[in-house]
Design a binder for this molecule. Structure first.
Ligand code: SF4
Ligand code: SF4
Length: 477
């Protein structure tokens, strides 16, 4: 019997950019411009399955036999066309090696603020917080080196609570790491997200001298920021944070990012742009990243379905601005979109949503290993400790559960290798199972990724210089 060729629809996704047809190759997260022959083949097979001979006969008037054979072979290799044969079931990698290049140190569960939406169930005041001691922090760094001795570069992230409430430990760790990594001939990075309130010129300069990557949590202009980011006594913190942010931005050598949390009460499509405008144009942050809360531990702060639609509409509106600027070779620091463009350009194919549990683990004050900073203090069992190392079997089982998409809605999703089922912490909060995919805003995510593909396609077509200047490699503003 003659084999019938069919399109493998779940491996291809077409996006139109102006008059051009772009093909998003789902398995590799790569983007191609469709040439006339490939487009004709796809169109023909989309109408109905055909044998190779029928396809050749149909296309022979316009294309040479050689071109047709070549394209057909290529589309089969890319698994965009099959001939009805059973495709081999995907071979799932079993992860038993963890290339740990990042440790997140939860230096103090305490925080000097009391933000209304804070998800940290173990949060306390700075004095009552559980503080990490130096021997635990040192053991965490040594565990990372032991678990992944071949890494070239290691990242040490300071997290809390508010990390600057335990500055003495940060200083000890920095001193230790600088000597230790130099001795090993390894590169390193220090990273910190802070609420900004404890920054002084002296601390800013010290962080700068040790080359910290710095982000400040700030939710926008005063009326928005002060809705939730409060002192323990319930006062808004905008005045202090914005003053400190200006100070940092006036003297810090590296670009500083703003981290914005979007929760229930976010008003309308325009709010995303308003927040970005304030943080980027008025305060001068280099990047603004938005974290929409959809499945926090406190239900009341989760964005409603309507609000989520508005947030994504707001992202697209700001995305138009990003594109407009990119065509003039400017980066407006909208990091949600910038990161997606970076991933698309690099052709990143993600089998897992993030590095948590694979390249990164978060260490709590007891030295126990958590998937990421959001799980410290949660009820999810830990995956070993800094002394005995990673509980390989348990962590391997956990990752295997997420890698196996066969019985999930992700199996044929067109953004499966970009979203990869979504954040484990959201899944844990929403479904009580971190391996469960985050299904509640898939359509919005797919639409957002389409927008990213279109934006990327337009930049590539009209101003590829933007990619060279701002994407590969990423450069400061
Ligand atoms: S969680 Fe939803 S959007 Fe993400 S890969 Fe799965 S089905 Fe697709
Ligand atoms: S699990 Fe979620 S919160 Fe944790 S690192 Fe991954 S994406 Fe971020």
């Amino acid at each position: 019997m003659t084999a019938v060729l069919n399109l493998v629809e779940h491996n291809l996704h077409e996006v139109r950019v102006d008059d051009e047809r772009l093909l998003f190759h789902v398995p590799s997260s790569s983007l191609f411009a469709l040439d006339a022959l490939t487009a004709s083949m796809i169109d023909s097979l989309r109408v109905e399955g055909r044998s190779a001979a029928q396809l050749r006969a149909q296309l022979a008037r316009l294309f040479s036999a050689e071109e047709i054979e070549e394209t057909l072979a290529e589309l089969k290799t890319l698994e965009l066309i099959n001939d009805g044969g059973e495709s081999a079931p995907p071979v799932l990698p079993r992860i038993d090696h963890f290339p740990l290049s990042t440790v997140v140190l939860n230096v103090n569960t305490g925080c000097n603020l009391s933000c209304a939406y804070c998800y940290k169930s173990d949060l306390a005041t700075p004095a009552a917080g559980k503080k990490m001691d130096f021997s635990t922090a040192r053991a965490a760094v040594e565990m990372m080196i032991r678990e992944a001795p071949d890494e070239k570069r290691y990242h040490v992230v300071f997290f809390g609570g508010e990390p600057l409430t335990h500055r003495v430990l940060i200083e000890q760790v920095v001193e230790y790491c600088e000597a230790r990594f130099a001795e090993l001939g390894k590169e390193h990075d220090f990273v910190m997200t802070t609420n900004g309130t404890l920054l002084t010129d002296e601390i800013i300069d010290w962080l700068d001298a040790h080359d910290f990557g710095l982000s400040i949590s700030i939710d926008g202009p005063q009326a928005i920021h002060d809705r939730n980011r409060l002192t323990i006594g319930g006062q808004g913190t905008y005045e202090t944070v914005s003053k400190k942010a200006r100070r940092v931005l006036s003297r810090y050598s590296r670009p500083v990012g703003a981290r914005v949390t979007l929760t229930h009460g976010t008003h309308g499509v325009g709010e995303v742009e308003r927040i970005w405008d304030h943080l980027f144009n008025e305060l001068g942050f280099a990047e603004v990243g938005f974290a929409p809360v959809t499945s926090g531990d406190i239900d009341h702060f989760n964005l409603s379905a309507v609000e989520m639609r508005e947030v994504f509409a707001g992202f697209k509106r700001l995305g138009e601005k990003y594109l407009e600027a990119a065509l003039e070779n400017r980066n407006i620091g909208f990091s949600n979109l910038h990161q997606m463009i970076t991933d698309l350009h690099a052709g990143h194919k993600k089998l897992l949503p993030c590095g948590a549990g694979l390249k990164m683990l978060a260490v709590d004050h007891k030295g126990e290993l958590n998937l990421c900073h959001r799980f410290t203090g949660s009820d999810l069992p830990v995956f070993g400790n800094v002394k005995d190392g990673i509980a390989r079997e348990a962590l391997g089982d956990f990752l295997a559960a997420r890698l196996d998409r066969e019985q999930t809605g992700c199996a044929n999703c067109r953004i499966r290798n970009l979203c990869s089922g979504g954040c484990y912490h959201e899944s844990h909060a929403r479904y009580g199972d971190p391996a469960h995919p985050v299904y509640h805003y898939c359509e919005l995510m797919r639409d957002w990724v389409d927008f990213g593909i279109q934006t990327y396609g337009r930049i590539i077509a009209r101003n590829p210089a933007f990619i060279d200047t701002h994407i590969s490699p990423r450069r400061p503003r």
